[in-house]
Write a protein that binds this ligand. Structure first.
Ligand SMILES: Cc1cc2nc3c(=O)[nH]c(=O)nc-3n(C[C@H](O)[C@H](O)[C@H](O)COP(=O)(O)OP(=O)(O)OC[C@H]3O[C@@H](n4cnc5c(N)ncnc54)[C@H](O)[C@@H]3O)c2cc1C
Length: 275
């Protein structure tokens, strides 16, 4: 196995972006599956939008009930400043799935679930409505030149995984292990990479995340070359996945990025998993 020092091009980079809040309007709503809704947003505010990594997230601000537009904070050197005379706006994290600067278009994909302001908004999304978008504030850029890539996630990670698969070059070796509710939630991926794709279904297991963890346990990991693992999804499952890979499979902690994208029973959770 080559050492990290020999492969400087494999260093992960952190990039900062100026914080901005943008008011955008919905131009398209498209159900990719009954469980995943793509919303296309547009606005002149997107002229300087930057998203350098599939791992990026934006803060999406939703209008309060009865309001047309979301309340947006103003960026200041000390961070966002919210209007003092109004309640804090409701906001959740989402992946910038696709950005086209020329067309001023940004796609976000919402995984549907039972409750929560973001899922509720997505279920009724219509052309002409407004959303606010803050960030990304920074990007964690994982080089595409690793000898192998492993992507792990649930429905909330589908946008990031789909984007990563589109970005990986021809010849890249990648495995993706994804848990969704049932086969109706599967999507097609466009990629030039050599993709080994494993879908697992919650409908076939007794508890959430179990099918995903089992698939990761059974997965062959190449013994040669340098690999990178990216994982995102429900908090407890992601902890178990990371623990398994780092302690039982010898994946170096510098070669895994695992994040909680949501947590059962809690609202708006985002946690990068470290020791
Ligand atoms: C960096 C980052 C990027 C993300 N990118 C995406 C993305 O591109 N697309 C996407 O759909 N999500 C994405 N998420 C996850 C999304 O932010 C959460 O699912 C968020 O909680 C949804 O908000 P809500 O208002 O619908 O539910 P909340 O009000 O936050 O939660 C309400 C209840 O629903 C539960 N819940 C939340 N999400 C789910 C879920 N997916 N399935 C089942 N129960 C759930 C919570 O445990 C809680 O009990 C991302 C999260 C992070 C941190």
């Amino acid at each position: 196995m080559q050492t990290q020092d020999n492969r400087a091009e494999l260093a992960v980079q952190r990039v900062r972006h100026p914080l901005k809040f943008r008011l955008l309007q919905v131009t398209k709503v498209h159900a990719l599956t009954p469980h995943l809704i793509r919303v296309t947003l547009t606005g002149e505010d997107l002229h300087d939008f930057v998203s350098a990594s599939f791992d990026d997230h934006i803060k999406v601000f939703f209008p309060e009930p009865g309001a047309d537009k979301p309340v947006l904070p103003v960026a200041s050197p000390d961070g966002p400043v919210f209007p003092a005379d109004q309640p804090r706006p409701t906001a959740r994290d989402f992946t910038p799935r696709r950005f086209d600067r020329e067309a001023r278009e940004l796609d976000i994909e919402f995984a549907m679930h039972e409750a929560g302001p973001a899922a509720t908004w997505a279920a009724q999304a219509k052309v002409g409505q407004y959303l606010g978008v803050g960030g990304p504030r920074g990007s964690f850029v994982i080089p595409t030149g690793f000898d192998w890539h492993l992507l792990i996630g649930d429905d909330t990670a589908l946008p990031a995984i789909a984007r990563r698969l589109e970005e990986l070059p021809a010849g890249a070796r990648v495995a993706a292990v994804i848990e969704v509710g049932d086969p109706s939630a599967q999507i097609e991926f466009a990629t030039q990479a050599e993709l080994h794709l494993i879908w697992r279904y919650r409908s076939e297991s007794t508890c959430r995340g179990e099918a995903l963890l089992q698939a990761v346990r059974e997965l062959y990991l190449p013994e040669d070359g340098e690999g990178y693992v990216w994982a995102a999804g429900e908090a407890a499952t992601m902890r178990a996945v990371r623990y398994h890979l780092c302690t039982e499979r010898g994946v170096e902690k510098s070669r895994i990025r695992a994040a909680s994208y949501w947590k059962q029973g809690a609202q708006a959770v985002h946690e990068t998993l470290d020791d």
